[in-house]
Design a protein around this ligand. Structure first.
Ligand code: ADP
Ligand code: MG
Length: 167
């Protein structure tokens, strides 16, 4: 699934449209260069989950948890130098919790993840495009996400119908 957004607000809307489909135990993996919009996406998700606090990048704390419709565990593994450090994050414990785990720079964790997760890759557009354009590539990994793929596509079509253009 691929689409683009043309502003940070639109990325927040896209994230908010995903929220109703989230279930306890879900894992959302976000990748993309610095400034791609991983934190912005997480902020949209958090707001839609009803998190009252402002979500910031948890780079220095590694993991930050927020109370919402589902508890949101926000991780940023940018600074982790090897997988050993990941275990210090108590990742298995967070994965067992019935919240949602949302990981920035999470590709390194793929071998440690359950078999179902949503993989979102955010890319910057070409030099001729708006600097605020982002291209989203989404993969539904595992049966649990595969079962929701159609609903997800529909939610995003409806949720971003106003501005985002399908690629
Ligand atoms: N379409 C867009 N989607 C998300 N962020 C955007 C977009 N256009 C511009 N931005 C800006 O890009 C930056 C993304 O920052 P951030 O979410 O912290 O990136 P990351 O967490 O991936 O390093 C913000 O300053 C945001 O305002
Ligand atoms: Mg970030």
């Amino acid at each position: 699934m691929q689409f683009r957004t043309t502003s940070a607000d639109e990325t927040r809307q896209v994230a908010a449209a995903l929220e109703p489909l989230l279930q306890a135990g879900d894992v959302v993996l976000l990748s993309g260069d610095l400034g791609a919009g991983k934190t912005v996406f997480t902020q949209g998700l958090a707001a839609a989950l009803g998190v009252a606090e402002q979500v910031t990048s948890p780079t220095f704390t590694l993991a930050q948890s927020y109370e919402g419709r589902l508890r949101l565990h926000h991780l940023d593994v940018y600074r982790l130098e090897n997988l050993g450090e990941v275990l210090d994050l108590d990742l298995p414990e967070l994965l067992e919790d019935d919240g949602v785990v949302c990981v920035e720079w999470g590709e390194v964790l793929i071998p440690e993840l359950p078999r179902n997760f949503l993989r979102i890759r955010i890319g910057l557009a070409g030099p001729d495009d708006s600097p605020d354009m982002r291209i989203f590539e989404v993969d539904t990994i595992g049966p649990s996400w595969l079962a929701r793929a159609d609903a997800l596509a529909e939610a995003w079509q409806l949720g971003v119908r106003s501005e985002a253009e399908p690629c």
